[in-house]
Write a protein that binds this ligand. Structure first.
Ligand code: SF4
Length: 378
C-alpha cells in the first residue's frame, strides 16, 4: 500500500479521488512529513513520554495518529523528531502564546465563574481542521513561531504572580505538547493551582489517564458525531474523542463539551440529535454543552456564519434529549450565556459575554427552588 501524508490525504479527499487504497486501520494511513534537515535538539527538547520502536521508525503513542517518525522527519503535530533512535518533543518550555483569560473564554461556565486562568500554548496540533481559528500557531512548528521561554516552574510562578487560580493548556492543541503540559500540571497541583485542558480530545488512553490525575477541568471539542466528517474536516476520527470524554468523566474531571456548528459540515440536526442522545445515555447530561457559532475562517472562508436559528434548533434538540445545561456561544447579547436552573428556569448566573453580571447560586443550588446546579462553584 502506498502511504501518503495526512495532508495529501485531505487534498485527495477534497479532489474526490481518494479510494479505498489510502485507507488504513483508523480510516486513513499516513506518515510524518519528510524532507526536513533543520530539525535539531536544543534546550526546548525533551524525550517523549510514550513511544516505541517499529520497523518504520519511532512510533509516538501519545495520540491515535501514532506517527512513525524516521530520522529527519517531523511529526504530524509538527513538534516531535527522531534523533538517533530516540523520540523527542521540541515543544517544551517555549510557548508561542501566553495570556491571562477569563475562565468563561475557554469556555467553562460551571467552573469557578469570574476567575482568571493563565493560558499557554506551543505551536502544533494533531488535527488539521479546515476551520481552524488558530491555524497560524496550530499548523506549524515551534521552530517557526515566536516563542517565550517559560519552563514548567516558571509557568506556575507566573500564574501565582498574576493571581490566577488556574492554568489552561489551550489555543493550539495541548496533546501535541503533552510532556510540557504534564510536567507543568504536576507542579501546579503541588502549589494548589488548578489545571484546565482545552482540547480536541484526540489522545490515547494511557497518556490521558496519566494526565487526568492532575486535571481539574476540561473543555473538549466534540466536533461532529460522524467519523466521515472527522476524517474530512479535522483529519481525525470520532471514537477516540468519545473515549476521552468517558475517561475524563470517570476520573472526576469537570467537563464541558463544545460543538461548533459549521454550515453544510456539522449542522445536520439529525446528527446533532444522535450526538445529544449519546451524551445523555452515557451519563453526560449534567455537563454543559456549548453550541458554538462558526465564523468563516482559514480554509472555509467561502461559508457564512452559522444562522442563529440553526443554533437555536440545536439547543432545543439538546434540551429535549435531556441535556440540562445548553449554551450558545459566539452570539453575544441573546441571553444564551446565562446559567438557568434546569427545574424552575430561574437565572442562576447572569452573563454578558465573558462578564458575570450576577451570581445567585447558594452553595451550588438554585436560590429559588433549591435544585442542584452541577459545577465546581467555589
Ligand atoms: S502527538 Fe503528535 S507525534 Fe504523537 S502521535 Fe499524535 S500527531 Fe503524532
Amino acid at each position: 500500500m502506498k502511504r501518503i501524508t495526512k495532508r495529501q490525504f485531505l487534498k485527495r479527499s477534497f479532489a474526490g479521488i481518494c479510494g479505498v487504497s489510502c485507507l488504513g486501520k483508523e480510516g486513513f494511513a499516513f506518515e510524518s512529513t519528510s524532507n526536513v534537515q533543520e530539525y535539531k535538539l536544543g534546550k526546548y527538547s525533551r524525550e517523549v513520554m510514550f513511544y516505541s520502536e517499529t520497523p518504520r521508525g519511532m512510533r509516538c503513542e501519545i495520540c491515535p495518529n501514532e506517527c512513525d517518525i524516521r530520522q529527519g522527519d517531523i511529526s504530524i503535530c509538527h513538534n516531535r523528531i527522531n534523533v538517533n533512535g530516540k523520540l523527542y518533543t521540541v515543544a517544551y518550555g517555549n510557548p508561542c502564546a501566553v495570556h491571562i483569560d477569563p475562565i468563561e473564554k475557554k469556555p467553562l461556565l460551571h467552573f469557578h465563574p469570574g476567575s482568571l486562568v493563565f493560558s499557554i500554548a506551543t505551536a502544533g496540533c494533531n488535527f488539521s481542521c479546515l476551520n481552524c481559528q488558530n491555524w497560524d500557531i496550530s499548523q506549524t512548528s515551534p521552530y517557526k513561531t515566536r516563542n517565550e521561554e517559560l519552563f514548567p516552574e516558571a509557568v506556575v510562578t507566573s500564574c501565582i504572580n498574576n493571581k490566577c487560580p488556574a492554568i489552561a493548556y489551550t489555543y493550539s492543541e495541548p496533546v501535541s505538547f503533552y510532556e510540557y503540559m504534564y510536567d507543568t500540571a504536576i507542579i501546579a497541583r503541588e502549589k494548589k493551582i488548578k489545571n484546565v485542558l482545552v482540547s480536541n480530545g484526540y489522545i490515547n488512553e494511557l497518556p490521558l489517564k496519566k494526565l487526568a490525575t492532575y486535571l481539574d477541568a476540561a473543555n473538549i471539542d466534540l466536533k461532529s458525531f460522524s467519523n466521515e466528517i472527522y476524517l474530512k474536516l479535522n483529519a481525525g476520527t470520532l471514537q477516540p474523542v468519545l473515549t476521552t470524554l468517558k475517561i475524563l468523566k470517570d476520573a472526576g474531571v469537570w467537563l464541558e463539551i463544545t460543538n461548533l456548528v459549521i454550515p453544510s459540515w456539522t449542522d445536520d440536526l439529525d446528527m446533532i440529535k444522535r450526538m445529544c442522545n449519546w451524551l445523555v445515555l452515557n451519563g453526560f447530561s449534567n455537563f454543559p454543552l456549548h453550541f458554538s457559532r462558526f465564523h468563516p475562517m482559514y480554509k472555509l472562508t467561502q461559508l457564512s456564519d452559522t444562522p442563529f436559528q440553526t443554533l437555536l434548533k440545536a439547543r432545543e434538540i439538546a434540551l429535549a434529549e435531556g441535556c440540562a445545561y445548553v449554551y450558545i456561544g459566539n452570539v453575544p447579547g441573546k441571553n444564551f450565556e446565562n446559567t438557568c436552573c434546569p427545574k424552575c428556569k430561574t437565572v442562576a448566573v447572569e452573563r454578558k459575554g465573558f462578564t458575570i453580571l450576577s451570581n445567585r447560586l447558594k452553595n451550588g443550588k438554585c436560590s429559588s427552588c433549591g435544585e442542584i446546579i452541577h459545577g465546581r462553584w467555589n
